[in-house]
Design a protein around this ligand. Sequence first.
Ligand code: UD1
Length: 373
Amino acid sequence: MKIVYVVGARPNFMKIAPLMSTMARAGFAEQKLVHTGQHFDVSMSDVFFGDLGMPVPDIYLGIGSGSHAEQTAKVMTGFETVCFREKPDLVVVAGDVNSTMACAIDCAKLRIPCAHVEAGLRSFDLNMPEEVNRIITDRVCDLLLTPSRDADENLRREGTPEDRIFRVGNVMIDTLLAHLDRARQAATPTRFGVQPGRYALLTLHRPSNVDDHIVLCGLLGAVEEIQKELPVVFPVHPRTRGQLAEFELTKHLETLGGLKICEPLGYLDFLALTSQAKVVLTDSGGLQEETTALGIPCLTMRENTERPVTVEEGTNTLVGMDPARIISAVRDVLAGRGKAGRVPDLWDGKASERIVQVFSSWWTVRREQKIRL
Ligand code: UD1
């Protein structure tokens, strides 16, 4: 069996890494890794290969940035050529980035079976480009590997045949649990001049938060207040760095004594900071899950989430974009009223083993069908 895995952007790496290594141990498939190059900076891409022990990609498409249409079209064209050449029995895509959807569409058109890791998540907000990617990817994929019950229900509601849905748990938590001890050994908080348990970690990159001047200024106003009471470490995503420069906000932020601004971090450094934070402020998807797995209170600066289990069972609170609400939620955490939460079902570090089981059973049936033909 030949499997081609696709990674493109930062959140893909930690989802594909455990699957490739578990599959390699199972030993029943030839594996190839394709990197579309949607993310290309050392800090957004290369550093993860070292940190996660991932193999160097067999094929690099070098797509880079562009409008959604440009990026999607370039990935589709590049990956189609890969499919013609490699003739995979199965393609595996993960998450909800443009590369995910582009490769899933290629597979659907070429009738190559495609598996989607992290299927079924829905924010029900079509203003998010990722929601479009999620819906289309799930509609055309053959094996839908879901992290939680809500994801199964979303797929059923959309009329997805039952035999495509496999609840395997959260594969990103496999990566987190495998690296947590190593991450904690690094004295990362000290390097940023903060003490474990006594700082906030901030990430911000959603277009809806950083591309609008008024929204971004409101969020940064809240951060300005918070850093007076609790140091804030802020690794800045390239999109956000660009917007801060565009709106001429960078210089002012650099004058704030409690705000530690830095470049995007590698997996281990970032996990070290997340796992020892007092509170995490974010608009990321994955970080809502990682904080739930770690029991760290997370304040999500969005009006909705495609990961409701992190709110219902975990440590996540949706605080929206209103500065007063964000500041008051941080003060609640400082007063000991942060959510403790519990770890959802099947977020146990064994999701990739369950995926390998799914692939193995699927391949057995498919091979028999091929022999009969
Ligand atoms: C993408 C994903 C988003 C994910 C995020 C994680 C889509 C639609 N969005 O958003 O779901 O949460 O990645 O980071 O796929 N840039 C660099 N260097 C890089 C990567 C990007 O400078 O290595 C710049 C680009 O040139 C562009 C901006 O950052 O100006 C945004 O990059 P892009 O890939 O379009 O989307 P993200 O905002 O990163």
